[in-house]
Design a protein around this ligand. Structure first.
Ligand SMILES: *Cc1c(COP(=O)(O)O)cnc(C)c1O
Length: 564
């Protein structure tokens, strides 16, 4: 049967449910939130992603603070149904079989949209081929290329086999899926052999949309041309491969940039940074958002139902948060905080106190995010906590298994937590995932974010916090440039662009700015001016919750990208 869906959304990772371990961080969560909003409005869209039979990994810390990565045991058929199709992809003179699982996302009015998970773990495949879809971002360069072949080329073949004959737009959520361009060109060639190459390329380009998510060069996938030819030469043809490579390298970002009609970054700031990295490409911006219901705690959902009754259908109504009595905002917050602290105290037996100002910070841990900036001057931090106002701190985050800097940072923080344990209660929650993210972003009193300018493409945890009335204390980069109003939605942390000052100096500037804002503005207000504090909580919701949500984001994609 021919299916009506017109947009195919490709993403290497999708974070749709904390029990489905097919995400590592912001990119996957964004994909999940996007597809949730699609289901809410019944958008004619289908999601395509990879299965990760063993997940990203389950994180544990040993008693030295070393991150231990444990494969995730989970059973796919608790959540998804196997489709009755099989495709195979010819590589290196053999065929890799791919099976397909369907997961249905249900929206607020009951509409459902499918996400297809591509899985090579079938018995006809060799052991090596079965493992291609075991680990998200696992293995070596070749393993990654195989994964991206399954996602990009396999994804197009799967849509065909499932009867989606009417796809008008292929949206690449980051460059991992850009090999889909090659499959589309191949299909057009086979179908319209009489067209010129130029016409074919133009017609493919009209169908492709590319969202770039990071200004960090090393995060853009690149493969050597010899590897690509070895693996794909027989299927795509060496001539075609030569055409898409530059200086002996296949750059997945350039492949997507060169073949997309519409290109966007995920914040105003990242649009600028990406445009200077890739001069000549028309890069637009659509700011990220988070799913307004999914990331709002139970107590705030109740409050919004009462005071902004249309907010579930249209989160722009959250601007009415300014009408909520301050006491009710505080009560709702204390319920979320209680839930978080119960979780923390049960896990860590640390006795965190609901009356104490609580700082939250949780992210993928990698160098530019400067996870340890808050601890740059431990004596100063201790001095604030002991001699001005008490604080407690909740941290979480995973580091990629091969990110040795990130893992050193975790170990370092682990030691700091132990050293400070007589003075400040600090916990590091293991295995940061969607459930923990929901608890922390809604239950702390302030959300901290300390990236190195200009590396933050957007950042989304602060948006989750906003929906729950939690203001941010953040470096002005990514989304916070647009979400920040000093003393109204939160506070900025000073910083200098890395190219102007040495990293140490910049860390000094940033950490001192955190300490002085805490000491002179934030803590006094929290402890002695609840009236002003609760006003800030309200503004946080009405300015930022009403805007930085995935419904508004999706509407912009529909207008600017899907309907051109
Ligand atoms: C939201 C989220 C992220 C991404 O947060 P950023 O602020 O964009 O870095 C990463 N991991 C989990 C589990 C999340 O929920």
């Amino acid at each position: 049967m021919q299916k009506k869906e017109e947009i195919a959304y490709f993403s290497m990772e999708v974070g749709i449910d904390s029990r489905i371990p097919t995400y590592s961080g912001g990119l996957g969560i964004l994909a999940g939130d996007t597809l949730r909003s699609c289901a809410d409005i019944g958008a004619p869209i289908v999601g395509i992603t990879l299965m990760n039979n063993k997940g990203y990994f389950f994180q544990k810390l040993d008693d030295q603070g070393n991150q231990i990565e444990i494969p995730v045991e989970w059973s796919i058929d608790d959540f998804m149904e196997l489709e009755n199709i099989n495709i195979s992809i010819p590589v290196e003179g053999r065929k890799i079989k791919v099976q397909v699982w369907k997961y249905l996302v249900t929206g607020i009015t009951g509409c459902q949209i499918p996400i297809y998970f591509l899985d090579t773990n079938v018995k006809e495949n060799s052991e090596y081929d079965r493992e291609i879809t075991y680990f998200l971002y696992g293995g070596d360069e070749k393993y990654r290329l195989y994964q991206e072949i399954i996602l990009g080329i396999g994804g197009v073949l799967v849509l065909d086999a499932l009867g989606y004959k009417n796809i008008k737009k292929y949206h690449m959520n980051e460059g991992h899926s850009s090999l889909l361009v090659l499959e589309l060109i191949k299909k057009e060639n086979e179908k319209f052999g009489d067209r010129t190459t130029e016409e074919i390329i133009r017609s493919v380009r009209n169908k492709c949309i590319f969202t770039t998510h990071t200004p960090i060069q090393s995060a853009h996938d690149k493969f050597s041309i010899s590897l690509v030819k070895e693996v794909l030469g027989g299927y795509i043809g060496n001539n075609e491969i030569d055409k898409i490579c530059q200086n002996g390298v296949l750059n997945m970002t350039l492949l997507a940039l060169n073949n997309s009609l519409y290109i966007n970054g995920v914040s105003k700031k990242q649009q600028k940074v990406s445009s200077s990295m890739f001069p000549g490409y028309p890069i637009d911006s659509i700011s990220n958002g988070v799913h307004h219901i999914f990331w709002t705690s139970k107590s705030f959902r109740k409050l919004f139902d009462k005071y902004a009754s249309n907010w579930r259908v249209d989160p722009s109504y959250l601007r009415h948060a300014t009408l909520v009595p301050r006491r009710e905002i505080m009560d709702a917050h204390l319920k979320s905080k209680r839930e978080l602290l119960d979780f923390v105290n049960t896990k860590k037996n640390i006795g965190m106190d609901i009356d104490i100002f609580t700082i939250g910070f949780a992210r993928r841990i990698t160098k530019y995010k400067r996870f340890d900036l808050l601890f740059n001057d431990i004596e100063k931090l201790k001095d604030i906590a002991l001699n001005t106002f008490p604080i407690q701190i909740i941290l979480a985050g995973k580091s990629h298994p091969k990110d040795f800097d990130g893992k050193r940072t975790i170990k370092n923080i682990y030691n700091i937590i132990n050293d400070l344990s007589d003075h400040i209660k600090i916990v590091f929650l293991e295995n940061y995932d969607i459930e923990i993210a929901k608890l922390i972003t809604s239950g702390v009193d302030v959300w901290l974010n300390t990236p190195q300018v200009p590396n933050e493409a957007s950042g989304t945890s602060g948006m989750k916090a906003s929906l729950n009335g939690v203001p941010s204390l953040s470096i002005l980069d990514g989304w916070w440039i647009d979400g920040h109003i000093e003393d109204v939605t939160g506070w900025k942390i000073e910083s200098a662009p890395i190219k102007n000052v040495a990293a140490d100096t910049n860390n000094f500037i940033g950490s001192n700015s955190i300490y002085s804002k805490l000491e002179s503005v934030i803590l006094p207000m929290f402890y002695s001016n609840k009236k002003k504090w609760t006003k800030i909580m309200r503004y946080t919701i009405s300015f930022n919750g009403s805007f930085f949500n995935s419904k508004r984001m999706l509407q912009q994609y529909m207008l600017k990208a899907y309907s051109i």
